[in-house]
Design a binder for this molecule. Structure first.
Ligand SMILES: *Cc1c(COP(=O)(O)O)cnc(C)c1O
Length: 392
């Protein structure tokens, strides 16, 4: 089976982890800080706070944004569950903004209309989670303008977008979002096994994120409500978590960062090859948002189902049967039983639902060979060709 995504781990990565295993610090040591600083530097951000996964990163980013009961978090329905669940962890209500039918990212015109209505109803969101779907930023200029006008906090869920750029700057630089979250899950751009990171330019947010990562504890006397009892003393000044990343993982992340440019170049190359090789098939291919350079975490095609006799499911199953590890990203979050229980229903976000009925993620990962990619294209061509014949 050619997988849809796969990590690339080499001997240098393994050596880096082994070095930390032999050191004094398995967690909360110097390698973690080096990894945070390397990510912040690479992305031209002020501060990096690494945590155990991106879900935890989104959770503490929402808390640091002040999200709580009675507040609203809005996000795209075309995302992984975590982009919405982080609002629920904080006790906030969650709502969605439908997607643009071409970029498959949150539609900023729909966002503007919804904000206008929400202002009238007195239900403006406190947080917008702008998901950089497949590795491509949303229209962050427009989102930034709306954020200034309506006063919400922008958290960019850039789980797909490590190394991506927008308007000539790295995603995460803080020019277009208050906080940016990355995931280091093995299928993402670089991996730490499990891992996540929040970038921000605001020191007070970075400090708060660090405290939330570690039980809400502080050793800073200035934050305590009484004099220190001695050098051992700490205080818990709010409710936090143990969301720490280990130094073993940080070592893997640091070593992976050395290869980020090579990974991105190969992903770009494979995506460009797909664009050419698939151009004549009854598919809608990914489009680029002006100013956005995708990290190409995913390569998604939409079947032009009205031109095909085989269903979406039949094409998917045909590819799997042929050894092509395709996937679907994403089942619209509002259609999950948990969110339907909260009142959402089919038809609420028609663009995301229409997209879901046609989308297939094709294999894409740095170690994928041209021959493997040709095999994916041949199998897809064969199935869609059969489809075309069946339609005649
Ligand atoms: C992978 C992913 C997450 C969650 O990442 P974890 O590190 O697995 O917690 C969140 N949002 C999006 C869009 C993702 O793809």
């Amino acid at each position: 089976m050619i997988p849809y995504g796969r990590q690339s781990v080499d001997q240098a990565d393994i050596d880096a982890v082994v070095d930390v295993l032999k050191s004094d610090w398995l967690t909360q040591g110097p390698t973690l800080e080096r990894f945070e600083n390397a990510m912040a530097e690479r992305c031209e951000a002020g501060f990096g706070v690494a945590v155990c996964n991106a879900t935890a990163a989104l959770h503490i980013a929402c808390l640091a944004a002040g999200l709580g009961p009675g507040d609203w978090l809005w996000t795209s329905p075309n995302t992984f569950l975590a982009s919405a669940n982080c609002g629920r962890y904080c006790g906030a209500d969650v709502d969605f903004v439908d997607i643009d039918p071409l970029t498959w990212n949150l539609d900023t015109a729909a966002l503007a209309r919804k904000l206008d209505a929400a202002e009238f109803a007195g239900r403006l969101p406190k947080v917008l989670v702008a998901v950089a779907f497949s590795g491509q930023s949303c229209d962050m200029h427009a989102i930034g303008e709306l954020a200034r006008r309506y006063g919400f906090v922008v958290i960019e869920d850039a789980s797909h977008a490590v190394g991506a750029r927008y308007a000539g700057r790295p995603v995460g630089c803080g020019e277009f979002a208050d906080m940016t979250v990355f995931s280091f899950h093995p299928v993402k751009i670089v991996t730490t096994g499990e891992g996540g990171l929040v970038l921000t330019n605001r020191p007070e947010l970075a400090e708060h994120l660090r405290r939330l990562r570690s039980h809400g504890m502080t050793r800073d006397a200035a934050q305590m409500d009484e004099a220190s009892h001695g050098p051992w003393y700490y205080q818990q000044i709010e409710l936090g978590f143990n969301y720490r990343l280990t130094d073993l993982q940080a070592a893997l992340g640091l070593s992976q960062l050395n290869k980020l440019d090579a990974f991105l170049a190969r992903r770009r190359e494979l995506a460009a090859r797909y664009q050419t090789l698939l151009a004549d098939l009854p598919l809608s291919l990914p489009t680029s948002q002006p100013g956005a350079e995708s990290a190409w975490h995913l390569y998604v095609v939409r079947l032009q189902t009205e031109r095909l006799a085989l269903s979406h499911r039949q094409v998917f199953e045909g590819l799997r049967a042929a050894g092509i590890g395709v996937n679907v990203h994403y089942i619209p979050v509002h259609l999950q039983p948990y969110y339907r229980e909260l009142g959402f229903k089919a038809g609420d976000f028609p663009e995301a639902e229409a997209y879901y009925a046609q989308a297939i993620s094709l294999p894409l990962y740095p170690a994928m060979t041209d021959a493997q990619q040709d095999e994916v294209v041949d199998q897809l061509r064969r199935l869609l060709g059969e489809t075309a014949r069946a339609a005649n």
